[in-house]
Design a protein around this ligand. Sequence first.
Ligand code: NDP
Length: 250
Amino acid sequence: MGKVAVVTGGSRGLGKAAVLALAKRGVDTIFTYHRNATAAHAVVAQVQALGAKAQALHLDVSKPETLDDFVITLHTALREWNVSTFDFLVNNAGIGSYSTAADTSVELLDTMYAIHLKSVFLLVQKTLDTITDGGRILNVSTGLTRFVGPGHIAYACIKGAIEVYTRYLAQELGPRKITVNVIAPGATATDFNGGAVRDNEVYNKAVSNAVALGRPGQAEEIGDAVACLLSDECRWINGERVEVSGGQRL
Ligand code: NDP
């Protein structure tokens, strides 16, 4: 029986790249989308063309109260493949934000918390009995927890919390031989933050100057790193924050 992954936010960007990288390694994936059902269905077709299986489910991580219903849908999706558990959980879905300490609204803070911490915490809690012993959980943080990007204070603080969560969870799940790590991508050319890294020439140049390898990352480079961290070769990496940035702000 092949491995099964669950990836949040697999319709675009880093999540999509991770789903495709996993498919190339023979891993079947149930991934989620929020607004882009059409893009999600295109990813399912791309996975199938690679010889693996995928299902796309709707999920809104800004509404943690919907997670119980989502988990029921997830169980149904697993049953369609005649399995009751999955091997890898990648908590990737998310959005950025731009505000200062002075002008961050309560609403923005609550949204960042709901998307980047509360939903991850609760999705793990609600799927713990569905993750195979010996499985993997990979959370997604950001380089911005190590270096400061002006205006990213709310986003980066809450991503920082997911790094602490990762270490605690790794300790708790050790007896079940489940590893828990957090990948911290550097600036990567996706739709994220309105596509700023990819489309804003000034920002793109500033990022390129700050990266040892001289350019922003591409989604496929993060997708490959995700698949790599989930592979058997990385089985002894646990409780770690792995930055994948081409060497940003060394
Ligand atoms: P994209 O904007 O390209 O893709 C975001 C993905 O998340 C999409 O699949 C989207 O679904 C989904 N999503 C967005 N909002 C919600 C929501 N409320 N509920 C459920 N799903 C949602 O972003 P990236 O791929 O670049 O970012 C992915 C992750 O990587 C995020 O956690 C981000 O913080 C992190 N990251 C990104 C970096 C970058 O430079 N790109 C750098 C460091 C970290 P849909 O398509 O249906 O809208």
